[in-house]
Ligand binder design. Structure first.
Ligand code: AHG
Ligand code: MN
Ligand code: MN
Length: 335
């Protein structure tokens, strides 16, 4: 069969045997995410039509207003993974504690935990701008068949077995990696099927886009300020172009295709940075590295940062390898 028309379902089956510890469990997991993504996509797409827009009237553990669709997306992903008995634990940006699944059922032989940002960039929904879902998968470290513990979730990003994102944009895509490169699938909404549209995604060698919320400039560390001046300087292939959507998934997706760097430094308001290590940075870092890019906290590889808490934040610099390396040298030279 021509690979051009390959569906995500067919791709998963074709590649199952190449997973390191293949038992079909990871394939079922990706399948469930595909299903939940379609349901959430349907709801996101009609957001302008129904009374689902606006605040849910609650704040999440990070003190941010929860949007109705945040909660909806959280519920759908959790339900899909729980009811189908796919994983042994879930941690979500939208919930204070991790969820243990069938913890008292000794028959629960599932070995994977999922960490998820159910709706990323949710403040963009009200203005019809792309949002996303980010997920990260680890093999549990505690014994199979026992309740999951915090340590199953607090693993370094380098331990991830899979990671991906869904982007609900002008078209809806699911992009993921299991450590063998990155593949992107585009949803045909007429028949509800994802097709392989972006096989083996790779950052271009050179990039010329920088993406940062420059409104926070005055609070940025010296190294970031100096790097931004470098980006704006007329020399060689510079000045770079500036693009910022304010939705991590969309900004990183564009940069991976066109070549660029995404920056979210620490600021006065967010002294540890804004983005969450486990739900946002590690999965985006895994995808980035698998696509030939680089992800850093300004000084070291994001995936080597030792997590201390579930909702931990971290400064995040991610994108084209050369651009992130240059940023790191500016950080080092401007303490
Ligand atoms: P979330 O909607 O899951 O809370 O994430 C929002 C994040 C991220 O998507 C985006 O890159 C960043 O917040 C934007 O922050 P600023 O509005 O501070 O630029
Ligand atoms: Mn987010
Ligand atoms: Mn979110």
């Amino acid at each position: 069969m021509s690979k051009i028309n390959q569906t995500l379902g067919e791709f998963i089956i074709d590649h199952q045997s190449s997973f390191k510890y293949s038992s079909g469990e990871l394939s079922r997991l990706i399948n469930s995410i595909r299903l939940a993504a379609k349901v959430v996509n349907y709801e996101v797409n009609k957001a302008g039509l129904v009374d689902i827009l606006g605040d849910f009237g609650d704040t999440n553990i990070q003190g941010e207003a929860q949007q109705k669709l945040d909660v909806y997306a959280h519920d759908k992903f959790v339900q899909t993974l729980t009811k189908r008995n796919i994983v042994c634990g879930i941690a979500s940006e939208e919930e204070d504690d991790f969820i243990s699944i069938n913890s008292l059922d000794a028959n629960n032989q599932n070995k994977y935990v999922v960490l998820i940002d159910p709706l990323d960039g949710s403040s963009n929904i009200d203005v019809n701008v792309s949002v996303g879902t980010i997920f990260s998968v680890y093999r549990r470290v505690t014994p199979i068949g026992s309740p999951v513990l915090l340590e199953d979730f607090l693993q370094k990003g380098s331990q991830q077995v899979a990671a991906g994102y869904v982007i609900y944009g002008t078209s809806t895509m699911l992009v993921y990696t299991t450590g063998y490169g990155v593949n992107g699938f585009t949803l045909n909404p007429a028949i509800g099927t994802f097709y392989l549209s972006h096989p083996n995604m790779q950052f271009p060698d050179l990039g010329n886009i920088y993406s940062i919320n420059e409104g926070n400039y005055v609070h940025f560390p010296k190294g970031v300020k100096a790097y931004l001046k470098y980006c704006q300087m007329e020399e060689g292939d510079r000045p770079y172009t500036s693009r910022y959507i304010g939705s991590l998934v969309s900004d990183c997706h564009r940069n991976m295709i066109k070549g660029g760097i995404y920056l979210y430094p620490e600021t006065m308001q967010n002294p540890a940075g804004k983005l969450r290590l486990l739900y946002e940075c590690n999965p985006m870092a895994f995808i980035t590295e698998q696509a030939g890019g680089k992800a850093s906290n300004g000084f070291k590889r994001i995936m080597e940062v030792e997590p201390q808490t579930l909702h931990q934040r971290v400064p995040f610099y991610c994108g084209n390898k050369k651009m992130v390396s240059t940023l790191e040298s500016f950080m080092k030279e401007n303490p």
